[in-house]
Write a protein that binds this ligand. Structure first.
Ligand code: ADP
Ligand code: MG
Ligand code: MG
Length: 867
């Protein structure tokens, strides 16, 4: 099969074969945009290389042909003494991994062609500047010589000559640097720098194929869940020169602002510079607005291309461009990485502009990124108490507080030790990736909005501030300074990525709400989704939060959480320790008062939204004290002897409490507890009825195994309801349903549905019982299972579709055989997990219920599941 495609032969649909960069270079070539000529070695060629460790002879033959064609179209030749052909060798996988793999520029330069290039361009400085760049990149990528070794030579010479910037280096300086770089090869035992352009090219291609497996690329793929088996393509492209003088430059542009989403081309560039100079933060670049005045024709052309590309790809694009002697070239286009805020704003705006549909917009935003948008902002009053240290560019929004570290390794170590860290650096590079992943925020003193630090922070949803010039970082001394203010390693700092401000000290944060474009997007999601999204809430505060996020109601109230307050715990303990019904009477009536107030508050808040209340679930011993000191205190409180208390604790102790005397089993042995809870619910309902609010209580029974058990508990509950209804004389529509969390219940769901008005899958217990994993103890082995690939994911976080999911399907089918209208929900942890929600939508779940902060995430996931 063909392993090399000219740019003119490919298109954007060939991403798997040509990689993202290659496919888009081809697409842009065919759109008639000014893209330097070139060709792509396919990912297929990379696979073959990975198998054999060398370039096949077929590939080498194709490469010769491709080079011959490139010579013809460009009119330049390898080793040419008047028109030397220079190329870049650029990696590019199917999924973009910015800065992760290697690229070498200026291949084809050697001791002869550098002279030819100088003569041709009448610019010796430029020719040697290109040569020294080749030597450094080639040495680093092909021979693994540290970049710093080359940087040192440059820095030393600049210092010696008293230069501030690379731009002051003269042609003679650069010749000296070239000689010094060659000496570095010798010193590293690599011999002569290969003079043959062809040899350079082959070595570069080999190195790029190898770079697929370098450490930082592997870390990036793990972090971003990119498959190891994709492989990378290699692009070979004629060089254009941004370092050819003051009418030349290189830059990057986003068709919209990647941090805020504003519809306005956002870009940065550097004159007389090449390749990565903008991204590396070596000099702080100019903004694209400056280009408008400096080179108006180029600026207009770039704006036109930006618009054309955005319309063509129907999404915000990230572009690389180079200007060579007043002529514009495009070197890359890809869907631009953006903050969650920008993702939402751009998607909603593009619907308004008629560029995409609502459905497309809903697909553009990842549900997890919505969760990042709900992250906290600084508390206004606390913020007022802190003085601002300095301000940089607001590269990635959010509010973060943590301890300062100045190297990736130190940040990683501190984070592994449980600290919340903020990475402060002059600039960052791909080697820093592990330290960046663990940081709450990334701050740099150099570089612009498209610098490596800014791009990575946005990609990860971390807070980012870059180009804060006033900061100087002293890596050796482990301090950073702003004027005479000093930040020592480990000091608390706070970073606001929306304003770009940096503060000393720890600042409190408050949760952000759903507003603006996000609220529009979530409204669309609600229209499109088939499943409802409810919340798990035990307190009015939690419920209010969920209502702010537009939850449909409460899918699960865990009433036991209402007992774990000191005053209530006391009554609960009296109840458990009582020996007869008479002794239980007083604590029960006290608890009744409190519970009634709890339910009243929840129903009142709910208005006409539905609330499902689950009756007491945990084993009784959880309410009793555990150590001797506590036993003394509690015995005193409840006026019991410590002996009797100890006896009772022993008698309630179980070997497997989670499989023991809990849930509806308590109802059978202590019916008055459930009766009390139902009474409390009904009193609240009746009270609200008097106030003019009609409530339909939904009562849920935990841990049901069988029809007969459910039937018994149901009678207990409905008798109590009936009694209350009769006494009050009002009409109440209510339902009594069951949790589905026992495998036995799932396989007998047809019978259980005869006595159950609804089901709600408790996936935590169901997963525990299906796997036979104690959910409280899985930490000791689960990580190893995932690492070894025995489990694809933690089944307590993402539903196990094959096992637990199959049981759910049985239960749904059987339950609806009995009652076709049976509402069926999910209220476990996975109710807020996007991958699980997709599955639930498929199997006919009516609604999911999740913690308040997951509600917007689940809403979007539920909409995406239908698209
Ligand atoms: P990455 O994937 O890390 O962005 P690229 O392959 O895009 O790496 O290249 C790195 C830099 O070199 C980019 O700024 C790019 O625009 C520039 N570059 C690549 N090829 C050429 C070329 N043929 N002429 C001029 N600049 C180039
Ligand atoms: Mg690039
Ligand atoms: Mg349960």
């Amino acid at each position: 099969t063909k392993q090399i495609y000219a740019f003119s032969e490919g298109n954007m649909s060939m991403r798997d074969l040509l990689g993202g960069k290659g496919a888009n270079l081809a697409e842009m070539t065919n759109l008639g945009l000014p893209v330097p000529h070139g060709f792509t070695l396919t990912t297929e060629a990379c696979h073959r290389y990975q198998e054999t460790g060398s370039l096949s002879s077929e590939l080498l033959t194709e490469l010769d042909e491709a080079l011959a064609t490139l010579s013809q179209t460009t009119g330049k030749q390898f080793n040419g003494d008047t028109q030397p052909l220079l190329v870049s060798v650029r990696s590019g996988a199917a999924i973009s991994m910015p800065g992760m793999m290697d690229t070498i520029l200026n291949i084809g330069l050697n001791d002869q062609t550098v002279v030819a290039l100088a003569t041709l361009t009448n610019n010796e400085r430029f020719a040697y500047d290109s040569y020294r760049r080749l030597l450094a990149m080639f040495g680093n990528v092909v021979y693994n010589i540290e970049e710093e070794t080359f940087d040192h030579v440059l820095t030393d010479l600049k210092q010696q000559k008293g230069y501030d910037s690379d731009l002051e280096l003269t042609a003679d300086d650069l010749k000296q640097i070239v000689a010094d770089f060659k000496a570095i090869y010798q010193a590293a035992g690599k011999g002569e720098f290969p003079q043959s352009p062809k040899d350079q090219l082959l070595a570069a291609v080999n190195a790029v194929f190898e770079s697929w497996n370098n450490h930082r690329a592997q870390v990036y793929r793990q972090q971003n869940h990119i498959s190891e088996s994709l492989g990378t393509a290699v692009n070979v492209q004629e060089m254009v020169f941004g370092n050819a003088g003051e009418q030349s430059g290189t830059g990057v542009a986003f068709t919209r602002n990647p941090a805020s989403g504003e519809k306005k081309v956002f870009g940065e560039y550097l004159l007389n510079a090449q390749g990565e100079d903008v991204v590396a933060g070596i000099r702080t670049p100019e903004t694209i607005e400056v280009l408008k005045d400096a080179m108006p024709v180029i600026y207009d052309q770039l704006m036109g291309i930006a618009e054309k590309l955005e319309n063509h790809y129907q999404d915000m694009q990230d572009l690389e461009f180079t200007i060579e002697n007043g002529k514009l070239f495009l070197l890359q286009a890809r869907d631009g990485k953006r903050t969650p805020y920008a993702a939402v704003k751009i998607a909603v705006d593009q619907v308004g502009e008629g560029l995409i549909t609502k459905e497309q917009a809903l697909k553009r935003v990842s549900p997890e990124s919505v969760s990042a948008m709900l992250h906290p902002e600084f508390d206004e009053t606390d913020l007022g108490q802190h003085t601002k240290l300095t301000t940089g560019l607001p590269a990635s929004p959010g509010a973060a507080t943590g301890r300062a570290y100045f190297t990736a390794e130190d940040a990683k170590r501190a984070s592994d030790g449980g600290e919340q860290v903020i990475l402060i650096r002059q600039d960052t590079s791909p080697e820093d990736i592990e330290g960046m992943i663990v940081s709450q925020a990334i701050v740099t003193s150099r570089g612009g909005m498209t610098s490596h630090a800014a791009v990575v922070a946005r990609g990860m949803g971390a807070t980012g501030v870059v180009g804060a010039h006033e900061i100087t970082v002293d890596y050796a001394g482990k301090v950073a300074k702003v004027g005479d203010q000093v930040i020592h390693e480990g000091d608390w700092v706070s970073v606001d990525g929306t304003t770009g401000n940096l503060y000393l000290g720890q600042i409190n944060t408050t949760p952000a709400g759903v507003k603006g474009e996000l609220s529009t997007l979530l409204d669309w999601a609600k229209d499109v989704a088939k499943m409802g999204v409810y919340t798990n809430a035990d307190t009015p505060q939690d419920f209010q939060k969920a209502l702010d996020f537009d939850a449909d109601g409460i899918g699960l109230t865990r009433t036991e959480h209402m007992f774990f307050k000191p005053e209530r715990l006391l009554q609960m303990r009296r109840l458990i320790l009582a020996t007869d019904a008479k002794g239980r009477r007083d604590p029960l009536s006290q608890l009744l008062q409190m519970q009634q107030e709890d339910f009243y508050q929840l129903y009142k808040l709910a208005g006409d939204k539905e609330v499902t209340i689950r009756l007491l679930d945990p084993p009784l011993h959880e309410f009793l004290p555990h150590d001797e000191a506590e036993i003394q205190i509690v015995a005193n409180q409840i006026q019991e002897t410590p002996e009797r208390l100890r006896e009772r604790i022993t008698s309630l102790k179980e070997l497997n409490p989670m499989l023991g005397h809990r849930g509806d089993r308590l109802a059978v042995t202590f019916p008055d507890i459930y009766q009390m809870q139902v009474k409390a619910i009904m009193s609240a309902v009746i009270r609200l009825n008097d106030e003019g609010l009609e409530v339909h209580p939904h009562i849920m029974i935990p841990l049901t195994d069988s029809r007969d058990e459910m039937s018994w508990v149901r009678d207990l509950v409905t008798d109590q309801i009936q009694q209350m209804v009769n006494n009050s004389g009002i009409r109440v529509d209510y339902t009594v349903g069951t949790m589905m969390e026992m495998p036995r219940a799932c396989v007998t769901a047809d019978q259980i549905a005869e006595v159950s008005d609804f089901f709600s899958f408790g996936t935590n217990d169901l997963t525990q019982l299906t796997f036979g994993y104690s959910r409280d103890d899985v930490g000791s082995f689960m990580p190893e299972y995932i690492k070894q690939g025995i489990l694809p994911a933690d089944p307590f976080q993402t539903i196990d579709t094959q096992g637990v999911g199959a049981l759910m399907e049985i239960a749904i089918t059987k339950g609806r055989q009995t009652n076709p209208e049976l509402p069926i929900g999910v209220c476990g942890e996975v109710g807020g997990d996007p991958a699980s929600i997709e599955f639930f939508n498929q199997i006919g779940i009516t609604y999911v219920s999740c913690s308040p902060y997951r509600v917007p995430v689940a809403r979007l996931a539920a909409a995406q599941a239908t698209l």
